[in-house]
Design a binder for this molecule. Sequence first.
Ligand code: ZN
Length: 749
Amino acid sequence: MKTNHWRELVAEWRSLLTDGIHWRDDLKAALTVACIALPMALAIALASDVPPAVGLITAIVASIACAVFGGTQVGISGPAAAMAILIAEVVEKHGLTGLAIVGLGCGLLQFLSGTFGLGSIARFIPFPVVAGFTAGIGAIIFIGQLPRALGLPSPDESHVLSVIVHLREMLQETHPATLALTLGTLSIAFVLPVYFPKWPAALVAVIIPTLVVVGLDVHADTLGTLTHAWPQLQQLPDRGAWLELLEATLVAYALASFETLMSASAIDKLSKTSRTNFDQELVGQGLSNIVVALVGGMPATSVIARSSLNIHAGAKTRFAAIAHGLILLAVVVLGAPLIARIPVAVVVGILLSIALRMFHPREFLGFWERSRMDALAYGLTFLTIVFVDLVAGVQAGCVAALVIAILRMGQIRTQLKVFPESAILELKGSLNSLAAAQMDRARTELSDDALKQGLIIDLAKVTSIDASGASHLIELIKSLRERQKKVAVRGINNETRSALHAFDLNGDLAQSLALTESEVADILHADERLLFGALRYRREVKPRYQELFNRLAEGQKPHTLFIACSDSRIDPNLITTSDPGELFFVRNVGNIIPRCGADALPAEGAAIEFAVGILEVREIIVCGHSGCGAIKEVLAGNIFSDQKAAEFPHVAKWLADVRSLKDELPANVSIQQAAELNVLNQIEKLKTYPVVQEKLRQGKIRIHPWYFDIAHGELYEWDFVKGLFVPVGTATRPGTAERISAGIQYQIP
Ligand code: ZN
């Protein structure tokens, strides 16, 4: 149970009542909306086959109740055209008592679903289904009202086909005055907003024809005296009817909730301040529908057109909707005799204008252009509603929604980006049999011009690949290769790898698969690997670092001197996730530090003095690694043979420094132990530099022996207490500076 929604609502009302209501703005909006809501309520009552009073009561009570309890501040609730056909069916079969039962059930379901937090469920219904539904209702209302518009008697059945047959039979008996009245109203309702957008078109479209009828004393059927009957809930329907009522209740619940949540989303988009609480809005609509049913109204929803009018007219708070309800009440009480004289044909004209606005042929064309699937869902919903019935239409829409969701889930999306160093075709989603059309489209997009520098097919966002998906991909690669284009496939994960290998019978794919960026570059630009990389850096990486580089241009302040082997497999920035500007490097073969003063051209000594003395780094790391070539050479001893020393004099001379290490080792030391010992030995030599000694004495520097295991990609640090290398982050680490000063003891296990 979400009691916090109620707490929020109470808090909102408290602040509204203390901080004051925007009287002027809210009243102006209330008046504007009431001018439209009055003819709307009459028209929708007509479409719903209920007396005019039922429409008016609904407009009054629903707007006030929803404003008090609902989850949106500036929405307007009331009778909705979308509900009219359903209501007319219920009234036809079960009378106003049946309608009250449906209204109560619908309200209760809405209240419960809002209370249990199902407020956003209706947002999963796809837009084409909603649009097809709305257009279908519009078409039914329009065709259903044609007999009235022509002044003909009502057909026996309200189904669209029956109405059309009825119209064909009765067309000669068209009543010209009624038709003129309807067309006049319809024209005003449509033309007025074009020239006078600020006028309440619907109200004017009611008033002018009514005045003409009264003034010229034309005979026309009028709405007549407003009579209201309380629902007779004691006259319960018989057992057979309950099942039909239950079905109608569920449809009413689905429709009303959906219309409401759609409207609430629209309100949030239109209003800068409104943030709808969807659950609370359903709770409010539910309570409102219960009250409305008890006073003899019909199920209501939040309505988009009146809500947006409210927002455009400047409504600021919930008070606008309440005032709108009160104004309607006053008009009904004081103006009942005037309302009674409104001709039915005029209300029909208003209704036709509402129905026409629900029907947008251009919308269907838009769906058709963008996605055939959407257009199909729209058409299916529309046709089923119009030619079968409302319930079947809602069901068809739901099935269409489900099918769309499943197809979308199984759909691949492709995106082609062309860059100076390569084009990238990014695939997203599931690569399966449904992907054929999309892959064909992608193939036509791949022009020779776009593929000048080769194509990378990026599968990183592909969730699964099946047999047909793999064959589509292989077909694409083969066709590109036939066009002499270079193709690299990257971003393969564990799920997609096995599928691709299984279906790649001729190895077409294998020669395009790239595990690393360098393999991508090898396939596309074998001769210009770093140029390719530099171009990608400029496009993908540089933007992220631009600000850092701007700052670093003023000077460097690295925190660490990192001493490592020249080995290509050691990437200090990668294994420490550090950025430019953080590490000051000394790299050489075997990560060796010559003893202070021992080197005639002291490159390492200069770097150490610069880092420790001038840049004042706080940490020094000496990082050895597994499989170090320098250590291997020293252990084997070949490099010091006369022949090798003559061939590679610099290597021999350089490594002679390490050789002293070997002399101190037990005979059976392994390459790993030698590499670890080498690290510790370099630290002893590091301490021969006065600048290091001084900082150690002041406690301003810490030295860390590290070791990188290439095969496992794992980093180890020296544990000064245990006297061995342990996984980084697990060492016991008190007082490293003192221990460094005291000297490191390495025990050969
Ligand atoms: Zn090495």
